[in-house]
Design a protein around this ligand. Sequence first.
Ligand code: GUN
Length: 282
Amino acid sequence: MAQIIDGKLVSSKIKEEIKLEIKNIKKSGGQIPGLAVVIVGDDPASKVYVRNKRKDCEEVGMYSEEYALPENTSQEEALELVKKLNDKSDIHGILVQSPLPKHIDENLIVENISPSKDVDAFHPQNVGRITIGRYSFLPCTPAGVMELLKYYNIDPCGKECVVVGRSNIVGKPQALMLLQANGTVTICHSKTVGLGNITKRADILVAAIGKRNIITADMVKEGAVVIDVGMNKKDDGKLCGDVDFAEVEKIASYITPVPGGVGPMTRTMLLKNTLTAAKMGK
Ligand code: GUN
């Protein structure tokens, strides 16, 4: 049976470190790191994410502001807010919650966030920096995965790493990070032919495709490390990942549960990036 990778435990340890650092900043009279979260419209899932982000900030003693704009906010108004936040000295990190309403060009919004406050690491300048290994921020979810591997002493160096999913937010940066860590990396996606033959080669398998139970036990090598980034809903409304956990758990060496695996790490890495941005801004 696989060892469960406990994302809640690792994230609480990292949060304690962040909390301590903020306490020391306050003690020495420095500026408290500040995060601005922008949400446009009424997407229920986004509202929960935003509420959690504020809660996380409070927990570690970070300053936060929330801008909840109505669905009919124009692109110009959204851009104006981003520009205002770029200039706000008590704000070090800006996160514009995705998805945005269709009439707003998400890429344009991201490109107008100051790269030094782009705590999602979605700005093309930050994406480019990650590609060449000269970055300030890493996108939260894949960075959280790397922290989990580090905590459990799983070194990607020389290992066959297979990432299933090629999104700009997870799959692509995850592959780059595993490569940076000297893994031999393959990216699979929805058009990959013979997916199972490729995933079965993986010493480290990251599933980030967004399809429930797409990774079954016959697609996993005995003793593999299986990281599940999926966030899907079961018929009963409960959260589940991309991996058939009950069966894969029997053959993997390590596995992340959903919930309680990668999810808490994503939230914590946002705090870490905001702290980094605040330290850079000095
Ligand atoms: N919506 C879902 N995940 C994310 C994320 O990581 N960043 C932003 N900005 N929006 C999201």
